[in-house]
Design a protein around this ligand. Structure first.
Ligand code: NAG
Ligand code: NAG
Length: 207
């Protein structure tokens, strides 16, 4: 009987897993006094997000690049709040386990004053509690020190200084997500499948 239950659960999980919808994508247009850029975000395998785009207008060097918690640019980049930090962690490097969800590290500008951005992040998301949709991307005036210096701001902001450009992250796709992709309906179909199969087994198995 136990073997049957294990088999049922596995089959039901596969059925539920099959019910995933198309990858979500989002975009942000970054604007500052002399700086502008476009960055796209797209869901990739393993619940990760591919970040890809171009920013121009900064002198060669590295500059802090973060998702801030609010999509409010009514007062410029100053009204976007703090780093997006739903897990209430200290500031860190993107590859640290202790970091803000919004900690995307530094972007590097080359001799032409252009930054080509192309990396994958495992903490930001385009849905759920880590979703960055409707929040802001901010480019800073200095490099992020990843919380590793003695400066009092290091473990809060990476001591990356003022905000030189920002923009609000908005939806690219899907424009109208399918309703059946909700986890509630997945659980319902799982329960239905499990109960029906269990009743069938009880009727046709002698033990
Ligand atoms: C972002 O995505 C849009 C829509 O697919 C595309 O037109 C644009 O070229 C992309 N921008 C960058 C910087 O990749
Ligand atoms: C994080 O680790 C990955 C895999 O080792 C590496 O490719 C990536 O460059 C690292 N990210 C940063 C910002 O250093």
């Amino acid at each position: 009987m136990l073997k049957f239950v294990v088999l049922l659960v596995s089959v039901a999980l596969v059925v539920a897993h099959h019910d995933v919808d198309e990858p979500h994508t989002a975009t942000v247009f970054l604007l500052g006094t002399n700086v502008h850029g476009t960055i796209n975000f797209s869901e990739v395998e393993g619940g990760k997000v591919h970040v890809q785009g171009i920013i121009t207008g900064m002198p060669p060097g590295e500059y802090g690049f973060h998702v801030h918690e609010k999509g409010d640019i009514s007062g410029g980049c100053g009204t976007t709040g703090s780093h997006f930090n739903p897990e209430k962690m200290d500031h860190g490097h993107p590859n640290d386990s202790v970091r803000h969800v919004g900690d995307l590290g530094n972007v590097r500008f080359g001799e032409q004053g252009t930054a080509n951005i192309d990396f994958v992040d495992s903490q930001i998301a385009l849905r759920g509690p880590h979703s960055i949709i409707g929040r802001a991307v901010v480019l800073h005036e200095k490099a992020d020190d990843f919380g590793r210096s003695d400066h009092p701001d290091s473990r809060k902001t990476g001591n990356a200084g003022g905000r030189v450009a920002c923009g609000v992250i908005g939806i690219l796709e899907p424009l109208y997500p399918q309703k059946r992709a909700s986890s509630a309906s997945n659980i319902e179909s799982f329960a239905y499948f499990f109960i029906t199969s269990a009743l069938f087994l009880l009727r046709h198995t002698s033990f």
